[in-house]
Design a protein around this ligand. Structure first.
Ligand code: GUN
Length: 291
């Protein structure tokens, strides 16, 4: 029997993928061609390679084209900027991402801000961040957009609710806080971070708790209000003695928190698939706009 406490990101992402695949098929039928997403990856960080491989697979699942530009860890900033310049000017590429983190010797801000805003499907450039803050059409960052879409499609009311966001990263905590408090979404948002004193005093007030702090199983039952909705953005590999050698956990101690909540996103199968499908959505929008 379906567990109606679980917010099924995998299922919602599958539905969105079908919608996107239908639009891609329509573009192909009309002779416009399939949208094309590229990814730049520098070095051989295992997690980054896995993420990029999932993004490629998802592209192919919906009929999109994908290309990966792999640069070795010793590449210079200039090498990376040359790749960016090439992608900005290549009419075959509708949108692309630069997988983060970059090696320490490369200035991440300089690289990201060199991406053409028209192809910035991660929504990381200054103009996209500004447009998002103004509530204007833009490429929304994938994870925040995925969270909002997941709540909407799971029929979880956000307007007027107190949403507590744990984490203030540029990729998740900050943009999701801005997007939730915009007119039309209408949540009341409290943002907590690593320097927040007595963080549990805030988290216990949350109708909806969004956790994006990068600490495995940090959130325990005593930090959550009875009946709250919990959205877990974390993903960590924990080594164990299983055949695989590891298992996956989030930022929330799922088993501890589960009895207390009304709804919760699992890890894996919650926010992760929504992030990927949001990137596909942005790529589709880019292809529609740029062609
Ligand atoms: N690294 C972790 N999350 C992300 C993301 O959403 N986009 C990119 N480009 N890199 C990441």
């Amino acid at each position: 029997m379906a567990d109606n406490k679980i917010i099924d990101g995998k299922l919602v992402a599958e539905i969105m993928k079908k919608e996107i695949a239908a639009e891609v098929a329509d573009m192909i039928d009309k002779g416009i061609g399939a949208p094309h997403l590229a990814a730049v990856i520098v070095g051989d960080d295992g997690a980054s390679l896995t993420y990029v491989a999932s993004k490629e697979k998802a592209c192919h699942n919906v009929g999109m084209l994908s290309s990966v530009y792999r640069l070795n860890a010793k590449s210079t900033e200039e090498d990376v900027l040359n790749t960016i310049n090439f992608l900005n000017n290549d009419p075959e590429i509708d949108g692309y991402i630069v997988q983060l983190p970059l090696p320490d010797h490369i200035n991440e801000t300089k690289v990201i801000q060199s991406i053409s805003p028209n192809k910035d499907v991660d929504g990381f450039t200054l103009s996209n961040i500004g447009l998002m803050q103004l509530g204007e059409p833009c490429f929304s960052p994938a994870t925040p957009f995925g969270i909002l879409e997941l709540l909407k499609r799971s029929k979880i009311e956000v307007a007027g609710k107190h949403v507590v966001v744990m984490g203030r990263s540029n990729i998740v905590g900050t943009p999701v806080s801005v997007m939730l408090s915009r007119k039309g979404i209408d949540a009341t948002v409290t943002m907590c971070h690593s320097k927040t004193k007595n963080v549990e005093e805030y988290t216990r007030q949350a109708d909806i708790l969004i956790v994006a702090i990068g600490h495995p199983e940090f959130v325990k039952a005593d930090m959550v209000k009875e009946g709250a909705v919990v959205v877990d953005v974390g993903i960590h590999r924990i080594k164990d003695n299983s055949e695989k050698g590891y298992h996956i956990v989030g930022d929330v101690d799922y088993d501890d928190v589960y009895p207390k909540v009304s709804k919760i996103t699992p890890v894996p199968g919650g926010v992760g698939p929504m992030t990927i499908v949001s990137l596909l959505y942005n790529t589709l929008m880019a292809a529609k706009k740029n062609r």
